[in-house]
Design a protein around this ligand. Structure first.
Ligand SMILES: [Ca+2]
Length: 712
């Protein structure tokens, strides 16, 4: 059975019960059981591995194991954490050995040399062990664990009670210093952790379900699922502590990913049908299966990464603090007025130009209700951000549909829509934004994409009241959400309306509607937020800026020369954020879209026979006559990249110009890849696949590198 709508105009929500039917069906599939049973055996065997479990305290992966300890610290090459009066080491799901084993602790009291040893009490899973007499020098302490103290969960917990002292100006009450822990497992039989087995098998079943839902046959789905279980068994055998604190969250992530796809797909179907893609223009079912797969993969990889217990998110602390303030109802002017605006403008960068630019608290307002959930904000906010990011995939799908070329049949339109979403999903920079945790920016870019997707999808009715009101409200939210994005969007609309008026005059009524919508959105956002600062901006900020440009030569004090700007700033960003391939694709796609030779247009609506720029360039001739409204939109959006990059030389935008045009770049990149793939030569097809594979690899490796090994 395939998860699809067999009747073209069947209700889109009819898919939800079909997910359920598929779940029942796969329980009877032999492939699933042929995978789960050997998987269970492999996991149980992996638990027999007597390899020691080593945790470097203060290192990259100690977070889930050190409740009650203070933040990690570094001194030279040594990494460590201070304990408090009460602190613990927790090792989840290590299994239950049948003979006694030891835990080795490298500790020191951290007191001055020659001080008397301190007495640290230890209980192991609630059973009292002999106390440790911890001396000032770093030394190894060995604790023996009676296997009877462990239950079927295979969890091991050491609770410490320590005397404390205060050191210098440090306000913390410090107990002892911990450098590393090593659990030496005995040779001989070990009972696997039953909850771990349960969660991992559940994850495998969910994975099999997902793979069957995107049309893989039972055999192939089984092979991938088995590979997953064998990989898990490998980690359990080698270093199970990298996996065991994550298994419940992994199962949650997979279930949530399915749920997101279950809701996002019918919703997207409904919206695209409303926009006219129905009846004989219905998109092919495989495109929907592809969209489903992309939403699930994006949600699973991005949310999974964000929820991994050792993940490090750069700006999380700052924004979580303001969300907390907002949820506590702190005084608006004191916390969200000028002080917030200045706190995001570092003095060393802005120099004498440090002046007030309103910093919209929009994100803190919409995120504040998350504080009422029975979940810490450090989990719920990244989760919320990951969900938004997964929902961006169907937006890109509709963008490809709306702004794709004219004269495409439903199959070709479906291919472009899917490819646009797919290219966006593997842009390494989209992963980077999640790790930066600059949530106000990402939310505003999300809203901007939603605004363009909605406006272009319903372009034919943009001048009618309902569409106009909805898109105007979306534009207002976009402008309210972030000041820089408001400015960007304003510039885009300016270019769009002027360009449309000149190059696509047949659509002037609609360009007028967009212009009017922007005026209305600007007035609404001035009335509700920005308006209160207009006087301040005119009297203080602008004079300060112009004076700063006179004295500093530029608005910000960084980047003194053109060469440094190109090499240090742009070059380094391109290199370290893996932007090169995606921008090259975007450049090739832009040339392909705007300079494609008219003489090469043989079969209308076919990707073939139209030269692909880049490796397979053909001469171009400018196509005379009217430009399509889609091209004006794409052109205006793409133009923001060179425009804002140039502006970046004078006004630092913290790299925001790199991300703003990414959806448009994904769209033209997808067009170019499709035309490359349709090219008859095998080398061209291979290149299209190679580029897609390289981008995927770059995304995953950037994600892993950034989350675990960066900025610690
Ligand atoms: Ca250490």
């Amino acid at each position: 059975m395939r998860l699809e709508l067999t009747n073209l105009d069947a209700a889109a929500w009819g898919l939800v019960p079909r997910w359920g039917a598929l779940a029942v069906r796969i329980l009877r599939e032999r492939a699933l059981w042929l995978v789960l049973i050997p998987g269970l055996v492999a996991l149980s065997l992996a638990y027999q591995s007597p390899r020691s479990l080593f945790v470097d305290i203060g290192g990259t992966f100690d977070n889930p194991h050190t409740p009650g300890f203070y933040a990690p610290e570094k001194s030279g090459d040594a990494t460590f954490r201070w304990s408090a009066a009460n602190s613990s080491f927790v090792f989840k799901g290590i299994g239950k050995p049948l003979s006694p084993f030891t835990v080795n602790l490298q500790l020191s009291s951290g007191r001055p040399k020659g001080s008397a040893p301190i007495n640290v009490g230890v209980t192991i899973n609630g059973h009292e062990a002999p106390p440790l007499s911890v001396v000032a020098q770093s030394a190894l302490y060995i604790v023996t664990v009676d296997p009877a103290w462990l239950d079927a969960s295979g969890d091991l917990r050491l609770d410490f009670v320590s005397p404390t002292f205060q050191s210098g100006a440090d306000k913390r009450r410090l107990g002892f210093l911990a450098d590393f822990v090593r659990v030496d497992l005995p040779a001989g039989l070990s009972i696997p952790s039953l909850p771990q087995l349960f969660w991992l098998l559940l994850c495998a079943a969910l994975l099999y379900w997902v793979l069957r839902a995107i049309w893989l046959v039972p055999r192939t789905a089984g092979i991938f699922t088995l590979a997953f279980l064998l990989a898990c068994a490998g980690v359990i055998a080698l270093q199970r502590l990298l996996l065991t604190p994550f298994t419940t969250r992994l199962a949650f992530t997979l279930a949530l990913s399915v749920l997101l796809a279950m809701v996002a797909e019918p919703l997207t179907r409904r919206i695209t049908r409303l926009a006219g893609w129905r009846g004989d223009k219905s998109l092919p079912e495989w495109a929907w299966a592809g969209l489903r797969g992309l939403v699930i993969a994006t949600a699973a990889i991005k949310i999974g990464g964000l929820l991994y217990p050792s993940t490090y998110l750069i700006d999380a602390y700052f924004h979580l603090k303001y969300i907390t303030y907002m949820s506590e109802g702190r005084p608006w002017e004191q916390f969200f007025g000028q002080s917030l605006a200045f706190s995001v403008m570092p003095k060393d960068e802005w120099g004498s130009a440090q002046a007030f630019i309103p910093y919209s608290p929009f994100f803190y307002v919409i995120a504040a209700p998350l504080a009422w959930l029975p979940l810490p904000l450090s989990l719920s906010v990244p989760l919320f951000s990951g969900i938004l990011e997964a929902l961006r995939v169907p937006m890109l799908f509709t963008l490809g549909l709306a702004l794709g070329r004219r004269h495409l049949n439903a199959a070709q339109a479906g291919r472009l829509a899917f490819s646009t979403a797919a290219v966006y999903s593997v842009i390494p920079a989209t992963f980077l934004l999640q790790q930066w945790a600059n949530w106000p920016t990402t939310t505003s870019l999300w809203l901007a994409t939603l605004w363009v997707a909605t406006t272009s999808l319903f372009w034919s009715s943009i001048a009618r009241s309902l569409t106009w009101i909805v898109t105007t409200l979306l534009l207002t939210l976009t402008m309210l959400s972030y000041t820089v994005t408001a400015l960007y969007v304003g510039i885009v609309v300016g270019v769009l309306v002027v360009g449309g008026w000149l190059f696509a005059p047949a659509e002037r009524r609609k360009w007028g509607a967009v212009a009017l919508s922007t005026v209305a959105a600007t007035i609404l956002s001035l009335l509700s937020y920005y308006g209160q600062y207009v006087g301040l901006l005119l009297q203080k900020t602008l004079p300060t800026f112009s004076q700063a440009i006179e004295t500093q030569g530029k608005l910000t004090t960084l980047r003194p020369t053109v060469g440094e700007f190109l090499v240090d700033h742009l070059g380094r960003a391109m290199q370290s954020y893996d932007l090169a391939i995606i921008y090259a694709l975007g450049f090739a796609g832009t040339l392909w879209l705007f300079l494609r030779g008219a003489s090469l247009l043989h079969g209308r609506g076919s990707w073939r026979s139209e030269g692909s720029y880049g490796l397979v360039a053909r001469p171009a001739t400018w196509i005379k006559g009217e430009v399509s409204w889609q091209k004006v939109w794409i052109g205006a959006w793409l133009l923001t990249f060179p425009l804002f990059t140039l502006a970046d030389f004078w006004v630092d935008q913290a790299l925001k110009q790199f991300w703003f045009a990414l959806p448009a770049i994904a769209l033209v990149g997808a067009m170019w890849l499709l035309s490359l793939h349709a090219n008859a030569s095998r080398a061209a097809r291979a290149l299209a696949w190679l580029l897609a594979a390289t981008l995927t690899w770059q995304s995953i490796s950037l994600w892993v590198f950034r989350l675990f090994f960066h900025n610690r």
